[in-house]
Design a binder for this molecule. Sequence first.
Ligand SMILES: [Fe+2]
Ligand SMILES: [Fe+2]
Length: 470
Amino acid sequence: MSTVALQEKIPNNVDLASDTRLQRALEQWQPGFLDWWREMGPEGFQQHEVYLRTAVDVGADGWAHFDYVRMPEYRWGIFLADPQPNRRIGFGDRYGEPVWTAVPGEHRNALRRLIVTQGDTEPASVEQQRRLGHSCPSLYDLRNLLQVNVEEGRHLWAMAYLLHTYFGRDGREEAEALLQRRSGDVDKPRILQAFNEPIEDWLSFMMFTTFTDRDGKFQLLSLAESAFDPLARTCRFMLTEEAHHMFVGQTGIARIVQRSAELVRAGKDPIVEGAIPLDMLQRYLNFWYTVSLDLFGSEVSTNGAAYFGAGLKGRPQEERYPDHVLREGARRVELLEDGEVVEREVAPRLAVNLEVRRSYADDCQAAVDKWNRLVADLGVAFALPSERFHRAVGTFAGAFFDPAGRRMTETEFRQREADFLPTAADHAYVRSLMAHPVTEPGKFANWIAPPARGINAQPVDFAYVRVNEA
Ligand SMILES: [Fe+2]
Ligand SMILES: [Fe+2]
């Protein structure tokens, strides 16, 4: 399977060869994708040979192939998880009915919007991260960044495939538009705000892959429950790749924590030693966690309720919940009304976004717990800030709370802001640490500890990226 797939123009397990119309459409989209990749993909490394994994199959073992690849020659393919025989709709009004293999007319617009919104985040994150390679802390980390980037490119392919296959002409137009919008561009920004924030340093990148890619995981888990089976199968396979992105963030921050903790234990000041102080890590965490919470939408959401009722988007691992229909009962939701924090009961479907966000928060807490094990002896503990703090979406948007969730006036907030969120000085300091890339195999920047092991059983000092001599 793997050698065959790698030789195909568009590796796939959707039998593209038997659908010549679709194959032609995607082959027409491909040059536009490659133009986008050259213009907006990782800057400065397009001719380097990178030790990358490429998806070549969906089997539990052996889905990935590792080898040196120049990124423009990466085999971005289309892979759907194997169908589950007799799969039934797992939630909503059509609970228990057979899943759909085509798009029902009544849900066409909503499904297209869900797919476009998901699809838009994939190229957006590549654009946000495109200059990071120039400041990499090691070849190992550079390779991980580029791996994340090519896989986000493949996720874009996955969504473009659905648009081309199931949505006719407007699907083709939407697939084209995914290549036209640009992260942070005032005239044609990406759809979601967290994906318009530039990522200019590796601390932000590792926080982004910990918290924002984890939002991606929960969106994909929710869409993997969809009654629209091609979307569900596409997302299930994307999740296997997404796990690596969160690994990059989780272990990246862990290695920063480890390095700073070593210095503190030795009685040294991380600032003097050119490492990152632990309180600065907490400020970055506060920022990236809360902008990621915003991606879940409002606590009370009629859109969320409609998607759930229609069977378009469920909750992560829907089978774990006792009630899959949510027509009865109530959910307690904390809301800000006339400046007061109050508890209200709402119909359970209206609180689906919040339910998904809560399982996301639990998953984030598990990540933070792992970092805390590294500093337990120092009496330091990182913490997720309150869900009221620093919000731009939902009931608490624009109101002022401290990270513990206590209400403040704007004046009080501004006085304390430098304790809560990264300051311009923090950003400048972090960037100053990363002024020069570290590109000697096995060497690491001073602000981060080496990883415990390499990629795909290669040693840590393996040449994960090399200059192509040809
Ligand atoms: Fe992705
Ligand atoms: Fe990702």
